[in-house]
Write a protein that binds this ligand. Structure first.
Ligand code: NAD
Length: 343
């Protein structure tokens, strides 16, 4: 099988995970990464044998740090079939003219404005609509979590209304300069938060309002959500549907004693998962409550890894190399993504 040539531009929290995931795909080859600073992440990429490309002015900085440079980011883009842009918020848009001028397909991340791409993407919700699209934006970690839940609930009964509160992690574990460290901050203080708007870029027309706060934690986000669905639903149907949906896992707090984001992460560490990543949405089974046609639930979102499988599927959708079910299956199998109970 001829492999598609994938370049990852921006090698931080998301980029290094996407690059590792690409290397595990039978139909993809990682041709290199774009990196502007010769930090520890670049040193480790170099040790893994990944080709590193940078901007012309920074080549000597990399060489001083003992890191081999394969060429400029432009050289890398020329060689690729598709670029996964995982540069910081807003930087991806500044690269779009380069990708366009060289006629390359590209994926962008949730930190970019929606109009950077032809479509915003969530594999479970709109894979087929993204087929053949040259520019795809994989929505943010929080939006990916919400969309997985909403699109899965839609299979049980049509979702008519969503109200959610997002308790956001303050920073990723590596981010030493972000906070708060001793406060809970409305984000923003006005309602609704932008997360609802982001869901609407994929599920057009749905009645959704979100609020968000930032909490002093680095491990996961936690969402509380109330969905109003068309028909009366029961808790068992919801649990059974979630148990049979890959990329959603359940934790039963009464049976396992796991009842917090900290314990979910500890479980992942104990399971020996790489970087303790949890690309699945983790639903607290005991939080699922129904009241007529209302459904209440709480779930955790591991912000560093949840969008990784979505990026892999978006590569295949953009290049039109696989259908939805096949791509999701290959991605899940290669990345060890689960369904059922986390433990
Ligand atoms: P990050 O800061 O960890 O990584 C970005 C990388 O891009 C860094 O290595 C940085 O050195 C590099 N970079 C900076 N300027 C560059 C340039 N001009 N050219 C090439 N590389 C450059 O950021 P991140 O958390 O991985 O976020 C990347 C994107 O993913 C953002 O759009 C963000 O909103 C989105 N996202 C982040 C998370 C998360 O929780 N971290 C979750 C989902 C989506």
């Amino acid at each position: 099988m001829e492999k598609v040539k994938v370049a990852v531009n921006g090698y931080g929290t998301i980029g290094k995970r996407v690059a590792d995931a690409v290397r595990l795909q039978p139909d993809m080859e990682l041709i290199g990464i774009g990196k502007t600073s010769p930090n520890y992440e670049a040193i480790i990429a170099d040790k893994k044998g990944i080709k590193i490309y940078t901007v012309k002015d920074n080549i000597s900085k990399f060489e001083k740090s003992g890191i081999k440079v394969a060429g400029t980011i432009e050289d890398m883009v020329k060689e690729a079939d598709i670029i996964v842009d995982t540069t910081p918020n807003g930087v991806g848009a500044t690269y779009k003219p380069l990708y366009q001028s060289l006629g390359k397909n590209a994926l962008f991340q949730g930190g970019e404005k929606a109009d950077v791409a032809d479509i915003s993407f969530s594999a479970l919700c709109n894979y087929d609509d993204a087929k053949g699209k040259k520019y795809i934006r994989v929505v943010s970690c929080n939006t990916t979590g919400m969309l997985r839940i909403i699109c899965t609930m839609n299979k049980i009964s049509k979702v008519e209304k969503v109200r959610a509160t997002i308790v956001r992690r303050a920073a990723d574990p590596k981010e030493v300069k972000r906070g708060p460290i001793n406060s809970i901050v409305p984000d923003p203080a006005s309602v609704p938060s932008h997360h609802a708007k982001d869901v609407l870029t994929v599920l057009k027309g749905i009645d959704i309002v979100t609020m968000a706060v930032i909490a002093p934690t680095t491990l996961m986000h936690l969402h509380t959500m109330v969905l109003t669905v068309k028909d009366k639903v029961n808790k068992d149907d919801i649990i059974n549907t979630f148990l049979n949906t890959p990329r959603i896992v359940l934790v039963n707090s009464s049976r396992t004693t796991v009842s917090s984001t900290a314990e979910i992460i500890e479980v992942s560490r104990d399971m020996g998962r790489v970087r303790y990543d949890i690309p699945e949405v983790v639903v607290f089974e005991d939080s699922i409550y129904t009241n007529g046609n209302e459904v209440f639930l709480m779930y955790g979102v591991h912000q560093e890894s949840i969008v990784v499988p979505e990026n892999i599927d978006a590569i295949r959708a953009s290049l039109g190399i696989m259908g939805k079910e096949e791509s999701i299956k290959v991605t899940n199998d290669t990345l060890g993504i689960m369904k059922g109970y986390l433990i």
